[in-house]
Write a protein that binds this ligand. Structure first.
Ligand code: HEM
Length: 230
């Protein structure tokens, strides 16, 4: 059984691009940095466990772990600045950002999906390029990253922070940073991966994050309004 056939994707002219190259590259860098940050962070958060010992060994020792966390944090911050530049100053970025803005339709779509799931309504809404769920993920990631970066910088420049804030504040920041990191990871692992890859119709993997393309027939079925515009 052929599971993935990228060659076939390239040849089929029914495939249309819905995730542009620079968007895919940013997604890839975000994915790698968040995984490295989470694993190197969890090593301290769960330092009393056996799993932490395995992680420290994998990360090349405790000092390397700190270096790994800080260097991937730098890459992540650079990515955030690049993303700002991308949505503000490139045509591709501005177009994508326009589609990611929250609209009244997102709230009514959400309401209709709940009604549909409870069998109170017959029609599943005709979703846009980015559905309410995807927009929630995008804006959630933005807000979550702001907290992670701000709290991470406060922890990183501890001696400066100690001159500005009381000790109890830094203790709370450490708790927020550590546990938000854990929540982010759980959401990505359970919610994002299920929605995108493991849900019916997508399993074992939705290839859009690699090829950027989707079969027009699938789009017509899931988002006829958007497919008509392509
Ligand atoms: C999604 C991204 C991130 C995740 C999942 C994450 C996760 C974690 C976790 C779990 C801890 C341990 C907290 C504890 O000891 O209770 C930690 C510590 C820390 N994080 Fe992050 N973090 C992320 C991003 C960042 C960023 C962007 C920065 C810097 C700008 C940063 C800087 C730090 C620092 C300085 C510490 C203190 C311990 C150390 O030396 O590593 N983190 N992080």
């Amino acid at each position: 059984m052929k599971v993935f056939d990228f060659e076939e994707d390239r040849e089929k002219d029914t495939y249309i691009e819905i995730m542009p190259l620079f968007f895919r590259l940013q997604h890839l860098i975000l994915m790698i940095t968040v995984i490295v940050l989470a694993l190197s962070g969890f090593t301290i958060l769960f330092h009393r466990t056996g799993a932490s010992e395995i992680l420290v060994a994998m990360e090349g020792g405790f000092e390397m772990r700190g270096l790994l966390h800080r260097s991937s944090a730098i890459v992540l911050v650079a990515l955030i600045f690049y993303h700002l530049f991308y949505v503000l100053f490139t045509r591709e970025g501005r177009e994508e950002f326009e589609k990611l803005k929250l609209k009244k339709k997102d709230f009514t779509d959400f309401y209709d999906v709940i009604r549909f799931a409870l069998r109170l309504g017959d029609d599943y809404p005709d979703l846009d390029r980015y559905s309410y769920k995807e927009k929630f993920q995008y804006w959630g990631v933005n807000a979550g990253l702001m907290v992670m970066v701000l709290s991470g910088l406060i922890l990183w420049f501890e001696s400066v922070s100690m001159q500005v804030f009381p000790k109890w504040f830094l203790d709370i920041i450490l708790i927020i940073h550590g546990y938000e990191g854990m929540i982010v990871f759980i959401i990505l692992l359970l919610w994002h991966l299920y929605n995108v890859h493991f849900s019916p119709g997508n399993f074992p993997m939705n290839r859009v994050w690699i090829t950027g393309k989707i079969d027009r027939e699938i789009l017509l079925k899931d988002r006829p309004g958007f497919a008509d515009k392509k």
